[in-house]
Design a protein around this ligand. Structure first.
Ligand code: SF4
Length: 122
């Protein structure tokens, strides 16, 4: 568990194809309101360090997030809904970060069960 007085560093990973048309409004609204996927930060400071998509050099992007001290990755709701290998990706990322498997909207997906892996910082 982390010290509640120190801001926890997080990032949001969105789906590449969705990034072509999404402005990020749903994720950002939930983040700034500390609701839905971000309500776990209700009583603590939180710093958004990255908002990046699943395309291109994803491993490199994740390594940059690690370098930046990011502790929690939110694998966004559009990833949960449409990214093939969502659960495998969450498990892979969880070797270096705590992972919350959605960002905004219902805690459980319509067709895909949310995968969260916590315990390092949350
Ligand atoms: S979860 Fe919603 S707001 Fe966030 S990137 Fe995906 S579609 Fe956009």
């Amino acid at each position: 568990m982390d010290d509640n007085k120190t801001a926890i560093k997080i990032a949001i990973l969105m789906r590449e194809e969705t990034a072509l048309r999404c402005t990020g409004k749903g994720c950002l609204n939930a983040f700034f309101a500390k609701k839905e996927g971000f309500e776990i930060y209700a009583d603590r400071e939180v710093e958004l360090c990255g908002f990046f998509n699943s395309g291109g050099e994803l491993d490199y992007k994740l390594s940059k997030m690690k370098e930046a001290g990011v502790q929690v990755i939110h694998v966004s709701t559009c990833m949960r809904g449409k990214y093939p290998g969502y659960a495998e990706l969450v498990n892979k990322i969880s070797k270096d970060f705590d992972v919350i498997g959605y960002s905004h909207g219902p805690a459980e997906g319509k067709t895909t069960q949310t995968v969260n892996v916590t315990g390092k910082y949350l």
